[in-house]
Design a protein around this ligand. Sequence first.
Ligand SMILES: *Cc1c(COP(=O)(O)O)cnc(C)c1O
Ligand code: SF4
Length: 338
Amino acid sequence: MIPESAEQPQPAAWQHELRRAYTDGAQLLRALGLAAGRSGLDPEPPDFPLRVPRGFVNRMRAGDRDDPLLLQVLPLAAERASAAGYCRDPVGDSEAEVVPGLLHKYCGRVLLVVTGSCAIHCRYCFRRHFPYARSNPARDHWQAALSYIRADPSLREVILSGGDPLSLSDTRLASLSEALAAIPHVRRLRIHSRIPIVLPERVDQHLLQWLRRCRMQKVMVVHANHPREIDAGVVAALQRLRDAGVTLLNQSVLLHAVNDALATLVELSEVLMSAGVLPYYLHQLDPVQGAAHFQVAPETAAQLLDGLRRRLPGYLVPRLVVERRGEAYKLPLELVYT
Ligand SMILES: *Cc1c(COP(=O)(O)O)cnc(C)c1O
Ligand code: SF4
């Protein structure tokens, strides 16, 4: 494999942006005009450091310690507390791992964890403890995963996930998707990425060229939780993706103090629709260790869903789901709590 540095001698603009991301909590708070003292900040979170691109920070409100974008990324001392029922692998990923990095949990589709890196570190992330170093499918250039997919003709769709698959170079994405496109029964390539939202610069001509060339149907599931995450730069990036023939969906996580208000969720659906993105999933938080302070009670979640149904056309109401170990699909919340 060609080393990254030889592929792109000039780092692309997005790679430059990625390097300029904030990684220090005190520095981030200073940039927002906030004092670290009363913020609850954990200055050195043990295994999941702070990371947030500057463009995303620019969408936060200066001077507001409760800003819903800030709350998603600021490491808090509260994460160190252990909460009952919260664990490191809440959704049973390890049981579904058929070869390193390949999860086959649901019929007809597999999920390939192509990288552990992300442009942003979301404190509620359910894969924050995923053993990326051990489950690295790229170690053999994805050969084991590709063989598995090739051998199962029932697989119609491959989902690239992570981490964030768009943190891979265009060269690596292209070589992986060419190998997938050569498997006749794989019709769809789905990409789960938060990068078009947090680092829209990534959606550049090289990425678009790769997407346009790819013979498979392309679906991208982006990840925005709050309407203010979607600014003009993001809208333009989403438009470029659609022009390249990509079907766009959004998934969100229901998060206390971030988006657990009806007006916020209504606005999120509206803003997404204006940007050509349909709401897909609204996930009930997975009980991952360190994220208990984001939990929204199921009764509250059910009320919010009822409110959305009253206020919005059906296609703008996301499916409110819970992931349960061993189930054949992500369960609608009503099936779990009634
Ligand atoms: C969520 C998930 C999928 C995709 O499920 P859909 O309901 O098709 O969106 C596939 N594989 C795994 C392991 C998942 O967690
Ligand atoms: S971008 Fe996705 S995978 Fe990465 S930390 Fe955020 S939620 Fe987790």
